[in-house]
Design a protein around this ligand. Structure first.
Ligand code: SF4
Length: 398
């Protein structure tokens, strides 16, 4: 964060345990209070210092002056799917808005698993990658999140679930932003959310999803080998992937797949590949065959995800029949495949959609121009032509 955006008062989650201990020493507060503070922050339903009754009023006031209880100045919650999904629109201290999505799943007797709850967190406000099917990509990039701003999305999820008598079981970095373009903060946040005194989430229950930052994949394998890697592939042919994931110009399909394979060899963890299914763009049998070719020899899992409608693209989701046909081709080649539902569509499901609405609509002429460019560029990509320049977002932050 640049000094100009640094808040006057840090948030509690920005401090690791030694830093919290040092602050308490400066304030002449007993060291044992550190555990009380972390317990209140991570294991109670308290949302303000005033609600942490174990501290007493003088200490509440002293801590309130020195530390913000959490990183957000406003939390707006929208529930969908009869309460199974909660979408959180979170305002940061400088006014930037991010999203996190909490998804609750019932127990699965067939698999012998209990009820689960997953929080999908953002790692950046906006995103610089600019995938044209993504509401966040359309928004443009504001800034990286700090470790505390990432951790506090997890903390809020825990607090909401605690009020329901449930526990958080999984964390996925699949919200706004490219996590491996903010790797230092993401890795520091993982330290926080896996700390038994804080989030207490096992590394194996964390997924980092990347659009293909090759050096970041290697780093993740070395420094957090238990964390699951997901790769947002979306297309196995370079001309199409150049368009769908502009980072492909820097790290093309073959390099991304090789990096994921090396990650698998180092960690033993199975890679998940995600493919957003876009009607008439990446859902032909030829696309499935290209996927089979690039994944040959890997035991990767493939998630097929119907595209969420976003206003600035001329594209929409593949038909269920087409998605089933692609899944069948991949399964016939020996890959395990899941067809994912998009959770919380009625709460502005596409990641970045709520934040984009808040940021204000881009000019209609800019949207129309972008749709035209995407039609032309996708026609060229489908003919195998590689586009030279990514298509710039038309969104309000662009
Ligand atoms: S899909 Fe992911 S990497 Fe691509 S623009 Fe959206 S948030 Fe960024």
């Amino acid at each position: 964060m640049s000094p100009s955006t640094a808040p006057a008062t840090p948030a509690l989650s920005e401090l690791d345990r030694p830093a919290l201990g040092a602050l308490l020493r400066d304030l002449k507060v007993e060291a044992y209070r550190a555990d009380q503070i972390l317990d209140a922050a991570w294991r109670s339903t308290a949302a303000t210092w005033g609600e942490v009754t174990t501290l007493g009023k003088p200490l509440q006031a002293m801590l309130g002056a020195a530390l913000r209880f959490e990183a957000f100045s406003e939390i707006v919650r929208e529930d969908a799917e009869e309460g199974a999904t909660s979408k959180l629109l979170l305002t940061l201290h400088d006014g930037a808005k991010i999203e996190a999505v909490l998804m609750r799943y019932p127990a699965d007797k067939r698999r012998g698993s209990g009820p689960r709850a997953t929080i999908c967190v953002s790692s950046q406000a906006g995103c610089a990658v600019g995938c044209p099917f993504c509401a966040t990509g359309e928004l443009g990039f504001t800034r990286n999140l700090t470790p505390g701003e990432i951790q506090d999305q997890v903390r809020i999820a825990r607090r909401i679930l605690r009020g329901e008598g449930r526990d958080l079981t999984n964390v996925v970095f699949m919200g706004m932003g490219e996590p491996l373009q903010n790797a230092d903060a993401v890795l520091a946040a993982i330290d926080g959310i896996t700390d038994p005194k804080r989030g207490g989430i096992g590394q194996r229950r964390i997924v980092v999803s990347t659009s293909g930052v090759v050096p970041g994949i290697a780093r993740l394998a070395t420094v957090r080998p238990q964390v699951t890697l997901a790769v947002s592939l979306h297309a196995a042919r370079n001309p199409l992937r150049d368009l769908l994931v502009p980072l492909n110009r820097k790290w093309p399909v073959e390099e991304v797949i090789a990096a994921a394979a090396a990650h698998h060899r180092t960690t033993g963890r199975r890679t998940t590949y995600e493919v957003t299914m876009i009607d008439g763009i990446n859902d032909t049998d030829e696309d499935a065959q290209a996927l089979v070719r690039v994944l040959r020899g890997s035991d990767a899992h493939v998630n097929l995800i119907p595209m969420n409608a976003v206003a600035h693209t001329p594209w929409h989701e593949s038909t269920p029949e087409r998605i089933e046909a692609i899944a069948a081709l991949l399964r016939a080649a020996g890959h395990s495949v899941t067809i994912r539902r998009n959770r919380g569509r009625d709460a502005g499901a596409a990641c970045g959609q709520l934040a984009a609405e808040q940021a204000g609509a881009p000019a209609p002429a800019a949207v129309a121009r972008r749709r035209e460019l995407l039609v032309t560029a996708s026609a060229a990509a489908l003919k195998g032509e590689r586009t030279r320049e990514p298509i710039a977002p038309s969104g309000p932050l662009a």
